[in-house]
Design a protein around this ligand. Sequence first.
Ligand SMILES: Cc1ncc(COP(=O)(O)O)c(C=O)c1O
Length: 387
Amino acid sequence: MGEADAVGAREGELAAFGGAAHALVDGVVDHLAALPSRPVWRPLPDALRKQLFGLRLSEQPAVMEDLVATVLRDVLPHAMGNGHPAFFGWVKPPPSRAGVMASLAAAAMNPSVVCGDHADIHLERAVVRWLAELVGFPHAPGAGLLTGGGSAATIVCFAGARSRALAAVGDDVGRDGLAGAAQLIAYVPAEAHSCVRRALELLGLGSGVMRELPLGGGRLDATALRASIAADRASGALPALLVGSAGTVNAGAIDPLEALADVATAEGLWFHVDGAYGAFGVLDPAIAARYRGIEQADSLVLDPHKWLGVPVDAGCALVQRGDDLRDAFSLIAPYLRQDVDAPVGTFAEYGLEQTRPFRALKPWATIARTRTRRHRRPGRARERARA
Ligand SMILES: Cc1ncc(COP(=O)(O)O)c(C=O)c1O
């Protein structure tokens, strides 16, 4: 193909994209407009289920218009239903329109958000700070990152907790693994989300190290907890992690976070709070006081893709000390690009992923559209509620 042909082909492809993309955006707008007047959920027709399941690669590349037609006809109308105003499936919200819009731009940029001087990097740092500010969690640059969801964020946080606890007794889990290491113990509420247990299992600590927190009627029996910690220490184990929930799945309960923080501080444990959906409840002055203590957590998990309405996926791990994550995750191969002299380092040094999607644009757009500085100081709301 000559250069003129190549330029013509490129222009043709761009024109096809422009036409199809506009048609898709129009279709999405119509879909969202019509949604409230339709049933929340409609069973997938048998024929369509079979067709989708059995899709085969075609002989020829599809044209853009056909892709759009397929999406609008066969896919968009058959969603889970959580875009509907009458969907009451608890923590799965409709997507914010700003977030839907931002998803298109993020895909068009398609960066790997790890390091470098590009917009997505700085935007993720700002969004993580915004999230911390919204729920009243202290934040320093580097002390958090966006993840695929609350489960992934929990693994990130617990990896930090594991490294710190073992390093304190001279064990290097990165180098030596867990064989021969001290046995870490985790104190976990009975109602904790299953991702807590799964993270402990995946990190090689095992669910057998979980001790149930003595919580009754929403109160912590701190004496019983401290006795349990002392018994574990006496048996040679290493109490390491204390978990609280800021919004349990079944009852929506907020654990007594301040009392948990007090024990964690007194006993030198890593205090983790699962605020996946519930931490954003702190923005309501009527219940803000119940969240007192969240700001003392060593780590906090948030899920902007739950009550904030950010399109999936958008989870967030926040920590008091970014170095706790960096110590657990940093592994810099010679072929990886570095930010020389950057005090904070790359996102890959703080979590599981090397290639990272541009998650930040969706929460940025969603929060910028729905929140203002007025919403940002739950500490003040808590004070008002206490007064
Ligand atoms: C309280 C709580 N924690 C953690 C999670 C796990 O988050 P994700 O589904 O984003 O991995 C959920 C999910 O519903 C949850 O409700």
